[in-house]
Unconditional design. Structure first.
Ligand code: DQA
Length: 151
């Protein structure tokens, strides 16, 4: 089994490949590649490595959560995007693994449409960081690096 004990999986769900173009008044002008670069720089400072991924498919996120556990990743940052609000499969996957999962959102879904107020991911996540734009990812990474969140 590969040793990924210093690796943070950063898993991004549907439509996040369009960041920068997509509703910039809500999600900002940074692309997912920009966020990956910011995370890599911050992770290096902490002696950690980022494995950044994006998919538009729910089951792929489930598979990647299982992979995080199987590979011994230190933690997962998960922006499941709209699946946050619909996916019992993601809730079950987070509960099925011992790898800590931090829920991340650029916007603050709790202040938006009522259908975004329910978070299945949040029911099992170790913590949630939302509403800070791209910085939400950095804040979540810092929480893991500081040991505030651990398995
Ligand atoms: C989001 C919030 C979700 O409600 C939405 O479906 C997204 C992005 C965010 O990062 O703010 O796609 O997860």
């Amino acid at each position: 089994m590969a040793d990924a004990s210093n690796t943070i999986f950063v898993l991004n769900g549907p439509n996040l490949n369009l960041l920068g173009l997509r509703e910039p008044e809500i999600y900002g002008s940074q692309t997912l590649d920009d966020i990956a670069g910011m995370l890599e720089d911050r992770a290096r400072d902490h002696g950690l490595t980022i494995d950044m991924r994006q998919t538009n498919y729910e089951g792929m996120l489930v598979d990647w959560l299982h992979e995080a556990q199987a590979e011994g990743a230190k933690a997962v940052l998960l922006n499941a995007a709209a699946y946050t609000h619909t996916s019992i499969a993601l809730l079950d996957a987070i509960k099925a693994i011992t790898t800590p999962v931090v829920e991340v959102h650029l916007s603050d879904p709790k202040t938006r449409e009522s259908f975004r107020h329910l978070s299945y991911v949040g029911m099992a996540a170790a913590a949630t960081v939302e509403g800070h734009g791209a910085d939400s990812y950095l804040i979540a990474l810092d929480k893991i690096a500081s040991g505030e969140i651990s398995a």
